[in-house]
Design a protein around this ligand. Structure first.
Ligand code: SF4
Length: 241
C-alpha cells in the first residue's frame, strides 16, 4: 500500500493530545500503578499508549465535548470542566471535574462522565472496581470544600456504554453510579500514601501492576524490568524470542 500525506495527517490526529494537567500531581495520575509510573519516568520518550488507547481516548474526548455542549445548552444549574488546584497533605494536586451540579442551596454534587466498553461497564454496573471512582470524586469534593463550597456526601459517575449492542442488554446504554465519598482525613491519607509510594532515591517502588495489563495495554513493556525479568541497563535491548 502506498503511504500518502493523508496517512500522516490521520496518525497525527490520533496522537494529538488536548489534555491539560493541573497541579504537580494530577488527580487521575495518583491512581495509576506506581511501578508503571516509575518505568515511564525512567524511560522518557517511550510511548506509553497502545494504538487502541489513542482511538479510545479520541472516542472519550468526543463524548465529553458533546456532553459538555449539551449540558451548557440545558437549563440545569451546573459547571462543566471545572478546574481545581489545591494543597493536599502538603502536595500540590490538581485536576478537572467533568460536571458540578448545584442544588437550590448551592450544595455541589461532583460528577464525572465515563465512556466505557461493555466489559468494564458490566463491572461498574455490578458496583465492582468502583474504588478508583470514589477516590477521584472525593478529591474534587475535597478541593471544592477547600475553596469554600459545600458538597454532597455522594458523588455521581455517569456511564455511557460505547458500542452497546443487543448482546449487552443485561446493562443499560447509560446509567448512573451513586458513590459515597471519602472524609477529608481519608483523602489526605490517600494522597500522601500514593505519592510516598515512589521512593525518593529513584529505586523501584513495590510492584503493583496487574499482570493482565502487561500484554494488552502497556506501552512500556519492552523496557519494563518486570516484564523482561531484567534490571535497567543503559542501552538494554530486549532479546528477540
Ligand atoms: S509491562 Fe506490566 S509490569 Fe511493566 S510497567 Fe507495564 S503493566 Fe507494569
Amino acid at each position: 500500500m502506498v503511504e500518502t500525506k493523508l496517512d500522516n495527517v490521520l496518525e497525527a490526529f490520533l496522537t494529538y493530545e488536548t489534555y491539560k494537567g493541573y497541579g504537580h500531581y494530577g488527580v487521575t495520575g495518583l491512581e495509576k500503578f506506581r511501578y508503571r509510573t516509575w518505568v515511564e519516568n525512567n524511560n522518557p520518550g517511550v510511548d506509553c499508549t497502545q494504538p487502541t488507547g489513542y482511538i479510545d481516548s479520541k472516542i472519550g474526548t468526543s463524548i465529553h465535548m458533546l456532553f459538555e455542549e449539551a449540558m451548557n445548552a440545558s437549563d440545569i444549574v451546573c459547571q462543566t470542566e471545572r478546574v481545581y488546584e489545591c494543597d493536599i497533605a502538603g502536595y500540590k494536586v490538581g485536576g478537572t471535574a467533568d460536571l458540578i451540579l448545584y442544588d437550590d442551596k448551592d450544595v455541589a454534587t461532583i460528577a464525572d462522565l465515563k465512556s466505557m466498553k461493555a466489559f468494564p461497564a458490566k463491572k461498574a454496573y455490578a458496583n465492582e472496581e468502583t474504588d478508583k471512582f470514589i477516590k477521584q470524586l472525593s478529591l474534587y469534593a475535597y478541593m471544592h470544600r477547600k475553596g469554600g463550597g459545600k458538597t454532597n456526601k455522594v458523588g455521581y459517575i455517569y456511564v455511557v456504554v460505547v458500542g452497546w449492542t443487543a448482546r449487552d442488554k443485561a446493562i443499560p446504554r447509560t446509567f448512573r453510579l451513586d458513590l459515597p465519598l471519602m472524609s477529608d482525613a481519608e483523602v489526605e491519607e490517600y494522597v500522601s500514601s500514593r505519592i510516598e509510594a515512589i521512593p525518593k532515591d529513584g529505586s523501584a517502588p513495590e510492584f503493583d501492576c496487574q499482570s493482565w495489563m502487561c500484554k494488552q495495554y502497556c506501552g512500556v513493556r519492552d523496557v519494563c524490568p518486570h516484564f523482561n525479568h531484567h534490571e535497567f541497563k543503559e542501552g538494554y535491548v530486549r532479546p528477540s524470542n
